[in-house]
Structure formats: structure tokens, C-alpha cells
Ligand binder design. Structure first.
Ligand SMILES: [Zn+2]
Ligand SMILES: [Zn+2]
Length: 416
């Protein structure tokens, strides 16, 4: 993956747009940490943010390497072992930003990245992330995923100015984090298929170059399951590069369409209902990969049983949303009323483009294909069924789509 080339963007793309990326520096290679002083030479009052684990893994050495340029190193704590990206942590970091702070440097993965992304954006400061795990594709993305008022929200922020990772450090990440990163990439099979579907049914903007870029990341990572699990630095580094490249693909189109579709809607469903009902859920990318297996099954079912081409009765969807989302139901209903997917009648377009739609659905890997990859990365599909149960999974399939405005195969399935 030639990340340096990706950072330059694409001028006059075949889609009619030009694509750019605000990240200036990506260094995922041996010795990346030793190059930090050079990368940080313009900053003299750096605020380092870690948690207990990432401080031990490499926060401490980052602080030592940067020496006098570091104004303070915050080690976030929580009552439990896991730091939650919520109001209290935002306050902790925000309170340590002074008039002379010139850079926020996070050392960690998802949570630290989201917190630093948000606080730096609020304070109009640049931020760097030193990644400690190849666990998800959010490093390079614009959005910051936080838990505010007990609810998961994604706020607009700004990507980091630099992403730095030492493969040997990434290789020490806990196994579920490695599985999560792999799963987040394999899930792109599902969202890329949704993107093609939305182009046909909703005439949505589509870019072949960005599609191919994301697909090439999937193809590069797919054979690496065993090598990632055995922590070969080269494979773990390649996974990290793919996760960053997908983030750049999102930056290119200005939203998460190339990296998030029906499989992410299901994973958000499990996370959000888990938070609402105080129930367990899997790490993001693990949920995404299980969910991609589910959405691939839906595509097969649609092809097997036939796609309805006449307008369907949508039933009392608002009642179902209230049953599922309790305190957050009003938000979902307002969103869906605004987006208008329920009111829309796609029957004519589905009827006239039925063959194209079928070809798109057929081009997605099968449930069994994803299931084999789950086996490769040592994730058991039965563990997913046992964790959530058939009933909750059925709810996710029918109402996970209501958390988002995006058109995916879940809408086609809902009509069926
Ligand atoms: Zn393009
Ligand atoms: Zn993801």
C-alpha cells in the first residue's frame, strides 16, 4: 500500500471530483518512534494522552523520546479498567490544555484517538496519534465516536495530522484487537456492495477509484489472518496500513460510505442496544465481521426468494422503533422522517433495474465465504449467535437501518 501516494490525493478523478486528504504524515514502519522528534520539531508544548496500558506499552518511551518538548503526560484512569470516551474524560483532557499547548499527541487506539480527535478539534489544535493496536479504521477518519449522555454519538471533528505506528508495538496488541482490525477490513465486502446498490436504486454518488482503493485493501488483508494472529510484524503493519488507507478513502469522498454500510448498522445496533440495556457486546470490528456474515446471508436470501418489485406495507414501524430504542426512539424516528426512506416508493426503479440489482448482490461473497474467513481469524459464528440470540439479531436486521440515513441492503430486505 503506497500511503504516501494516497496522501497526495487524486486530481480530476474519473468520478468528476478531486479527492484530497488532510493528513500530512503517516509512518507505519520500524523505527517510526525514533523519528518522532523530527516530526514534532515545530512543537514545544506537547500534551501526551495515554491510558494505563498504552502508557506502559509505549507512552512512556514516547515521552522520553520527545523530552523537553512535552509539557505534560496524562494517563487516563477509570473505575473499571476500560476508559470510556465520555464527558468526564473529555473534561480531564480539556482541563490540561493551556494557552501554550501546541500539539495533542495521543498514544493508544480507538478510545484515545476519539478523545484526542475531539478535544483537539474543540481547541483548534493539531493532533498526532501514535497507534498501539490495528483495531479499527477510525484513525484517519473525520468523525469522533463518543458516549455522551450514555448514548453513542459520532461528532464531526478532524483527522490527525500524523499517524505513527511501530509494527513491533502493534504486534503486542491483545488478540481481540487484532481480530477486530481484520474484521473491520473484511466487513468492507458488505459496505462496498451496499454502495453499488445505492448507486443503482438511489442514484447515489459513486467513485470507481475509491471503490477500487478500498477493495484493494480488503484483498491485501484477507490472506493475512494466520500471520496477524501469530503477530508477524509485517502482517500486522500491513493490516494497520490498510486501516489507514480506508480512512483516507473516507476522507476522499467526505463521508464513511466506502467503509460503512449494512454491516456497520448492525454492529452499531448491538453496541447501542448494549449500552441502553447494559448488555455485553463485541469489539467493534469483531461485531462488524459477524454482521457482514449476516448481511451476506440477507443478499443470498433476496436472490433465492426473489426481490419484491411492488410497494410494500411498512407496518407500524414507529411502534417497533419505540420497542427497541426506548429513550433514543424519538431521535431515530425524527431521522427517518427526515431521510424519507419509509415514505419513498422504490418499486418502479427496483422493477426496471432488477437484473442489475441481482448482479450486484451476486457479486458479494457468500455467507460461507465470510464464515471461512471468521474461522481463519479464529472467530466462532456460534459465539455471535449465543451472545445476542436470534431475536435480537432479527431486530438488528429489520431496525438497525433506522440508526442511520444511509441506503443499504437492509432496506431492500425490509421490503421483502
Ligand atoms: Zn473519484
Ligand atoms: Zn468500522
Amino acid at each position: 500500500m503506497d500511503i504516501k501516494k494516497l496522501l497526495k490525493g487524486i486530481n480530476d478523478c474519473s468520478c468528476g471530483k478531486s479527492h484530497s486528504c488532510p493528513i500530512t504524515y503517516v509512518d507505519i514502519a520500524d523505527g517510526a518512534l525514533s523519528r518522532l522528534p523530527e516530526m514534532c520539531k515545530d512543537y514545544k508544548n506537547i500534551l501526551i494522552v495515554c491510558d494505563k496500558n498504552t502508557y506502559a506499552v509505549c507512552g512512556k518511551s514516547v515521552a522520553e523520546i520527545l523530552g523537553d518538548s512535552v509539557a505534560e503526560t496524562i494517563v487516563l484512569q477509570d473505575q473499571t479498567d476500560v476508559v470510556i470516551p465520555d464527558e468526564s474524560q473529555i473534561e480531564v483532557i480539556g482541563s490540561r490544555v493551556t494557552g501554550s499547548t501546541d500539539l495533542i499527541l495521543g498514544v493508544g487506539s480507538g478510545v484515545i484517538n476519539d478523545l484526542c480527535k475531539y478535544v483537539s478539534f474543540k481547541n483548534d489544535l493539531p493532533y498526532y496519534i501514535v497507534a498501539t493496536a490495528p483495531s479499527m479504521d477510525g484513525y484517519a477518519s473525520v468523525g469522533s465516536a463518543l458516549i455522551l449522555g450514555g448514548m453513542k454519538v459520532t461528532l464531526n471533528a478532524r483527522p490527525p495530522k500524523a499517524i505513527i505506528a511501530e509494527p513491533a508495538v502493534l504486534a503486542t496488541a491483545p488478540t481481540p484487537m487484532l481480530q477486530s482490525g481484520y474484521g473491520d477490513i473484511i466487513g468492507k465486502y458488505s459496505c462496498l456492495n451496499d454502495w453499488k446498490l445505492a448507486r443503482i436504486i438511489k442514484d447515489e454518488y459513486f467513485c470507481d477509484e475509491v471503490y477500487e482503493l478500498t477493495m484493494s485493501c480488503v484483498k491485501e488483508v484477507e490472506p493475512l489472518a494466520k500471520a496477524v494472529l501469530s503477530r508477524e510484524p509485517k502482517a500486522v503493519g500491513a493490516l494497520m496500513e490498510a486501516l489507514v488507507a480506508v480512512g483516507i478513502a473516507m476522507a476522499y469522498v467526505g463521508n464513511s460510505r466506502p467503509a460503512s454500510g449494512s454491516e456497520h448498522h448492525l454492529s452499531h445496533f448491538f453496541e447501542i442496544t448494549g449500552i441502553l440495556d447494559n448488555k455485553e457486546y463485541f469489539l467493534h470490528g469483531i461485531d462488524v465481521m459477524y454482521s457482514a456474515a449476516v448481511t451476506c446471508k440477507l443478499r443470498e436470501l433476496l436472490l433465492e426468494k426473489g426481490i419484491k418489485t411492488e410497494k410494500q406495507d411498512r407496518g407500524d414501524w414507529q411502534k417497533e422503533i419505540r420497542r427497541i430504542y426506548s429513550t433514543s426512539a424519538d431521535e431515530c424516528i425524527a431521522l427517518q422522517n427526515k431521510v424519507g426512506h419509509y415514505a419513498a416508493d422504490d418499486s418502479a426503479v427496483v422493477a426496471s433495474k432488477l437484473n442489475q440489482i441481482k448482479l450486484v448482490l451476486q457479486s458479494c461473497p457468500s455467507f460461507n465465504y465470510i464464515k471461512n474467513l471468521l474461522d481463519e481469524i479464529e472467530l466462532d459464528f456460534d459465539a455471535f449467535i449465543n451472545m445476542y440470540g436470534q431475536e435480537k439479531i432479527a431486530d438488528a436486521v429489520l431496525y438497525g437501518k433506522d440508526l442511520k440515513d444511509r441506503y443499504t441492503v437492509l432496506w431492500l430486505y425490509y421490503q421483502f
